[in-house]
Design a protein around this ligand. Structure first.
Ligand code: DGP
Length: 124
């Protein structure tokens, strides 16, 4: 696995070098609105630790960090009142999933009917 890039966009947001529209923060997690929202609710939930992707997070993060991320997602969904209407929780890992930012993040989508889980498009 390649090394974590400390100058990726989300690392810079975590250091306060770039702004974000914060929706949640605790000791282990920061969540903020996606800059290109694809639904009325589109929040990015990221660990504060330096993890490249879900693969890296799953391998190296502590149980506390992993639990904190899952709890944060559920808390944010309730906070944004999409827990009853429903939401989607998605993480892109690597090239085939089109991961753009090499700091592990999950997308939280809601606020409208989200349609089928995957696009029918299989190539770019
Ligand atoms: P992914 O393809 O899973 O790596 O998604 C990266 C997401 O990050 C994408 O939906 C756009 C979002 N994004 C990229 N740069 C910024 C930024 O500077 N600020 C915020 N809030 N979101 C960003």
């Amino acid at each position: 696995m390649s090394d974590y890039d400390p100058n990726n966009i989300f690392a810079r947001i975590l250091r306060g070098e770039l702004p974000c529209a914060k929706v949640f923060e605790d000791d282990h997690v920061l969540a903020f609105n996606d800059i290109h929202p694809q639904a009325p609710v589109h929040v990015l939930v990221i660990p504060k630790g330096a993890y490249i992707s879900l693969d890296d997070f799953g391998a190296r993060a502590s149980d506390t960090e992993i639990a904190a991320l899952f709890r944060a997602v559920a808390t944010i969904a309730r906070q944004l009142e999409i827990d009853v209407s429903g939401y989607r929780f998605l993480a892109n890992h690597g090239t085939n999933a089109h991961q753009e930012v090499p700091h592990f993040h999950v997308h939280l989508f809601g606020g409208r009917k989200l349609g089928p889980m995957l696009s029918r498009k299989t190539t770019e």
